[in-house]
Ligand binder design. Structure first.
Ligand code: ADP
Ligand code: MG
Length: 260
């Protein structure tokens, strides 16, 4: 798909939101991503599947701007190179990463963390920062939608949260910050079926024609609830196969072994 013919599934003329060309990433002498190409248009949901160790989390980290990787190739976002931008600058431009292993941050109250994150993004966009009362009203509404008990919001960030609670908290953050490109790294792991449904509903209700998702998952299960437009199989740092939602079902039967 070239930029001239760029059109998403809504048939709308659009731009390439994320354009990854020949991406290579190395850390601690380990060459992980080895020539990865991927285009994402607004409104699309892309899933990345692949065996353990294929580089899925590395891709998410590199996109979010995590330090320490030696990068080759180019990542452009809305037509501008991301290569030189910090994690904060990327977040301000609407890139959001939900971690595979959300960090526990003792001493940091969840509400205050969320308010600070939201206001930093609002400020960067030239919007007015929210005062505490307005923020609390907003966060309570969003928490209710995700079935998160208000009490969690006054606890220390992720400290003592169960796996499922941490993941729901990441989705709460996403719905609050309203990113344009949401990268979810194994948001389904550790979730029971009810929590999985809540997370999927959270994604589905946030999805619209202007935002996009990159959903990293090890299993087909999440994709029963969030229907991807494309599924890519990552193997040894490269995309080795791309297909539609059917591919996930096929992979569940055959596994990855005959793809690499
Ligand atoms: P996935 O998320 O697909 O399971 P990762 O991206 O986490 O895979 O890791 C890909 C490979 O790179 C693995 O073999 C992993 O051990 C290795 N790796 C990841 N981070 C580092 C690091 N900081 N130093 C050395 N090796 C790493
Ligand atoms: Mg991973």
């Amino acid at each position: 798909r070239s930029s001239k013919t760029c059109c998403n599934q809504f048939g709308r003329q659009c731009w390439i939101m994320l354009n990854i060309k020949n991406l290579e990433a190395t850390i601690d002498n380990k060459h992980i991503l080895r020539g990865l190409n991927l285009d994402i248009m607004p409104g699309e949901v892309h899933a990345i599947m692949g065996p353990n160790g294929s580089g899925k989390s590395t891709l998410a980290n590199v996109l979010s701007g995590k330090n320490g990787y030696e990068i080759k190739g180019d990542i452009s976002y809305n037509g501008k190179s991301l290569n030189e931008l910090s994690t904060e600058e990327r977040a301000q431009k609407g890139i959001f990463l939900a971690f595979q292993y959300p960090l526990e941050i003792p001493g940091v109250n969840t509400n205050i963390f969320l308010k600070t994150s939201l206001n930093a993004i609002r400020k960067a966009k030239g919007e007015k920062e929210l005062d505490t009362l307005t923020f609390l009203k907003l966060i309570k509404e969003k928490a209710l939608e995700l079935g998160i008990d208000e009490k969690f919001l006054s606890r220390q960030l992720n400290v003592g949260f169960s796996g499922g609670e941490k993941k729901k908290n990441e989705i709460l953050q996403m719905k609050l910050l309203q990113p344009k490109l949401s990268i979810l790294d194994e948001t389904d792991s550790g979730l029971d079926i009810d929590a999985l449904r809540i997370v999927a509903d959270g994604v589905n209700s946030y999805k619209n024609k202007d935002n996009a998702f990159l959903i990293i998952t090890h299993y087909q299960r999440l994709l029963d609830y969030i229907k991807p437009d494309f599924i890519h199989v990552l193997s040894k740092g490269k995309i080795v196969k791309t297909g539609n939602a059917e591919l996930g079902i096929e992979l569940e039967k055959t596994g990855y072994s005959n793809l690499a």
